[in-house]
Design a protein around this ligand. Sequence first.
Ligand SMILES: [Zn+2]
Length: 538
Amino acid sequence: MTTEALVHFAVRGALWTLLAAAWAAACLWVERDAHEIFGRSRFWKGIVTLCGVVFFVATCLGGFGWLPELLPLVPLAVVSYLLAREAHAAPEDLLARRAARGLGIEAHVERFLPPIGGRPAVAKAAVQIVLLKKNGQPYDGRDEGDLDRETSTAIRSVQGILLTALQMRATDIHMEPKAGDEMQIRYRIDGIMQTISTLNGAMGRAVVSATKVLGDMDIAERRLPQDGTFAALFEGRKYDIRAASGPTSFGEKMSLRLLDSDGGIVKAGLDGIGMRESMLKTLRAIINQPDGMLIVCGPTGSGKTTTLYSAISEIDVLSRNILTIEDPIEYRLENISQTAVNTAAGLTFAKILRSVLRQDPDVILVGEIRDKETAEIAMEAAVTGHFVFSTLHSNDTATTVTRLLDMGIEATRIQAAVTAVLGQRLLRVLCPKCKQAYKPAPEDLRRYGIPADRATVFYRENDKGCPECNGTGFRGRTGIYELMVFDKGVRDLLIGRPSIEDLRAAARRAGMRTLRESALMKVVEGVTSLSECARVAK
Ligand SMILES: [Zn+2]
């Protein structure tokens, strides 16, 4: 063999080795990347591998002579993969786009997403939202050795789902398996459930599993209800997320409650809850009394907790010792000692309340009155130099009083302890950008008892909505209230087992406006529509 041939052979050999290394690297990258982008990798990994095998076998057989003609094979396969990849956005982009399209707000959501065909948004969603496990450790599913790749991809989908939810001001996310191997994703926005997207079954199950990893829940257990907590940082705020899973006939569902735990909404105090000036004045006078009890009532999701925290945030924490008992702690308040109920550990409202009373409190918040024992200890505290705040799950102020009597609490005890009962609901506020003015019909005004001269223009929601309100016609919520002050008239009634109607009549004589009247005032003010008023305050 001549020297020239030897050099020729060495150069070809080196080139061949380099190409083999590049091919192997391309195969590995395509496998990994296709798994993240498409959720599966077999097809594209197969194409790239096959092209390489054809090239190397052919060059070997042909004594390296065919090399130039077949050289573009592998690069072509990789370029084809890149094109397919660009055409297919990341799963969370797809989800957000599909959701936005469903709501007709694509243009609004689009600005958060990369252009179609641009780079996948995995990194972008990860930058905008940071998930924290219960111990406060940031978690993106990347550096966990014990996670398979499918789970870490799913965690990024969870990031996308949470990011979209927070951007749309959702308070709850529900992932529900449906017939036909699908998973429906719904958000609760301003109190109303909206279907956002439907995932295929496999993706849906992966997302539920990823959420369970985040919430420190048992991934293998799918038949028993479980709960867990984790948190998300978004736009400089920390959101505590309570996760609850449970079985359905189509598989495991998951619901997430998003709590703005930094308490952004309660920091504004009572001025931010939508209460009219005269009632606000009365309420402030009540909560600044040295003893007594304020019970806030309403159904689940009527804003009771927000009102209580707003009230407490107005009390001077430096001169008064405030203690709370909650289930769970929804907002963190500065300079206030908060204790969580833990029924499994025997720490019930009643038990904690007894020990809290030994800590010399001035003001006590008892998250909820659920039983006679809690009610009685709370009322005892209210007549022995403490001001007690609490909530009761009931429709309105008059029913709250009869509920307490039905629990078996003595009328004299209620008379002595309770200062006032506040009933409330949340009304959706019309979107200021797209609400529509109209002249109310005289028969409508008569039906609702509104004087014609007080209401020349009403507003109603725009059915199509606009980008500002996610296409719903409403943006945000405000409270409507009825405040039953326990004056002599109401107190005297308690002894004779009063009916709901008697109680209501007595409170009205003392100047109470009902929830419905409070809602109609919001209609007259143009804050909400008649239909929303009818939905909330029947
Ligand atoms: Zn609008």
